[in-house]
Design a protein around this ligand. Structure first.
Ligand code: PGA
Length: 227
C-alpha cells in the first residue's frame, strides 16, 4: 500500500528561486504519494505533481485582509491543505476555526491534512494523550464528511526537537483516531528523518508522514519518500 508523505516547508525557503530549486530536486517517485507544501506565496510557481497549502481561510472571497481562500487554492490546482498545525494553534487558532476551514476545503474538494497533538507533553501516557486529542478532534471534525480527511498526529514536543515519538505510541494513537472518529488515514509527524521514517512507515495503521525539517534537505527527503 502506498503511503502519503507530505513535506511541510513552513516559512522556508526565503526566495522563490530556492523554492523552485528545492522542488526540482525532489524525486517524482511512484512508490508513495508525495505532497509538497511550500509557503502559500510560492504555490503558483513551484512545480511538483501534488502540491498542498499550509493553511487557508474559510471564506471564498471578500473583506478578509491577508487571507488565502480554498477557492483560490483550487484555482491553482492545489490538492491538499494542512490545517490546525501546532504552530498555528500556538498563535491562537481555535478548534472552531479549524472546523470551518475543514468544511470549506472539502466543499472545494481539497483534501485537508488536519494536525492534532498541540498541548500534549512527553511525560503523558497514552490515555492522557487521547484526552487531549479528543478535545481537539470532537470540535475539529464536527459535521465534517470524513471520507477524504487525513489526520496528522504530531505530538508538539516532537516537532523540530529531534525527539520523535515511539513507533508503538504512533501506532496506538492512529488506531484510536480511526476507531473513535472513523478517519481513514492517519499520518505521524514530529522529528521524522531518513533514519526513523522506515519504522513509522512499517506500522500498519500509520498511513504516512508529515515531515518538516527533513523535507528541506533534498537528499534526506528523497530517502524518506523512496522507502
Ligand atoms: P519536524 O516538523 O519534522 O521538523 O519535526 C514536523 C511538522 O511540524 O509538521
Amino acid at each position: 500500500m502506498k503511503k502519503i508523505i507530505a513535506a511541510n516547508w513552513k516559512l522556508n525557503p526565503t526566495t522563490l528561486k530556492d523554492a523552485q530549486k528545492l522542488a526540482a530536486s525532489i524525486t517524482r517517485t511512484k512508490k508513495n504519494t508525495v505532497v509538497l507544501c511550500p509557503p502559500n506565496i510560492y504555490l503558483s510557481q513551484v512545480s511538483y505533481p501534488l502540491l498542498g497549502a499550509q493553511d487557508c481561510f474559510w471564506q471564498d472571497k471578500g473583506a478578509f485582509t491577508g487571507q488565502t481562500s480554498p477557492l483560490q487554492l483550487k484555482d491553482l490546482g492545489v490538492k491538499y491543505c494542512i490545517v490546525g498545525h501546532s504552530e498555528r494553534r500556538a498563535v491562537g487558532e481555535t478548534d472552531g476555526q479549524i472546523n470551518f476551514k475543514l468544511r470549506a476545503l472539502l466543499e472545494h474538494k481539497i483534501i485537508p491534512i488536519l494536525c492534532v497533538g498541540y498541548g500534549t507533553s512527553v511525560d503523558q501516557d497514552d490515555l492522557e494523550v487521547v484526552d487531549v486529542l479528543r478535545g481537539q478532534l470532537d470540535v475539529d471534525l464536527k459535521d465534517v464528511n470524513l471520507a477524504s480527511v487525513i489526520v496528522a498526529y504530531e505530538p508538539v514536543w516532537a516537532i523540530g526537537t529531534g525527539h520523535n515519538a515511539t513507533l508503538e505510541h504512533a501506532e496506538k494513537i492512529s488506531i484510536f483516531i480511526k476507531a473513535k472518529y472513523g478517519v481513514k488515514k492517519v499520518l505521524y509527524g514530529g522529528s521524522v528523518n531518513g533514519v526513523n521514517a522506515g519504522g513509522f512507515l512499517s506500522q500498519q495503521h500509520v498511513d504516512g508522514l508529515l515531515v518538516g525539517g527533513a523535507s528541506l534537505v533534498a537528499a534526506q527527503f528523497n530517502e524518506i519518500i523512496n522507502i
